[in-house]
Design a protein around this ligand. Sequence first.
Ligand SMILES: N[C@@H](CCC(=O)N[C@@H](CSS)C(=O)NCC(=O)O)C(=O)O
Length: 334
Amino acid sequence: MSADLSQKLVNLTKLDLQYDACGEVASGTTPADLTLYGSFVFVGLPTENILPDGVLDGKPRLDLPLGEGKFDMTMGVKTARAMKDLPKADWVAGCTEAAAPGKPPLIFRQLLDLESSTYTYILADAYTRDAIVIDPVDTMAERDAEIITEMGLNLLFALNTHVHADHVNGASKLRALFPQMRSVISRASGAQADVAVAPGDSVEFAGRSVVVRATPGHTDGCCSFVLDDRSMVFTGDALLIRGCGRTDFQQGNSKSLYESVHTQLFTLPNDTIVYPAHDYKGRGNSTIGEERMFNPRLTKDIEEFQRIMAGLNLAYPKRIDAAVPANMKCGLYD
Ligand SMILES: N[C@@H](CCC(=O)N[C@@H](CSS)C(=O)NCC(=O)O)C(=O)O
């Protein structure tokens, strides 16, 4: 496939942009195989916009923020089959997040396991394709692997925010498919993994990284991962959307959870996006500012919080007896 449709526009002032895509596509390719993508860099503006997926023969309207400055565009066409063959330097496929100043753009995906309401996250350096996965689920490993392969990602690490009680983590299954991948969990968890991390450690994937913060309380080994530019935090079960992880097993401690959230998470910028390990009401993300304002548990004082947590009366997770022992061997069990 020849799909180099790159073009550059500089000093663009009219943002109601239309374009015609053209190029050669391998025979047998159907329109459903094709996705239009592109990246938009405003020189002099603190933003980058990425085209949403579109169709090849469409003329998508781009609603971009107006402003002064140069506008630099690259654009292309990919097929699921041929993406890996495209020259990486010329295109940025799959990006949904702005590049932090001085950092490569980020590929970011939030994936849901409907059975356990668990969110799994894939993050990658869009230029090198080096990638990490956060909180993979064993039963969803094939789905994750398909996305990783299609996107041409090089999976380096499977990070776990903690020893989960409701599902077995996907590290072993993913490692079988991506032998270079290494499992990661906090040293404080006491679990076995390829890499044990401590607060302040960074897990790097080419030009991007996440930094470990200790957020015990739901379990004593819980940690959160803060993206290098602090635009995102992966909070595991410490901070959920308008809630938090339960504290009634696995060395759970409500005082410790309250302190973790207030000292390690609520001190992040208000616009840091919160990506939890679960949501049971279909909400995908929140922000630190929202949770500081609206979280019905964590906005209370510590005594009230402890009373709330002691009175939750939740049923035990159905898979806890199998999940905890398996997750104590994070990625290392058969
Ligand atoms: N019904 C689920 C378990 C639901 C549950 O207990 N969720 C945990 C996180 S997974 S251990 C939790 O902390 N919930 C807090 C809350 O307020 O809901 C199952 O059977 O697996």
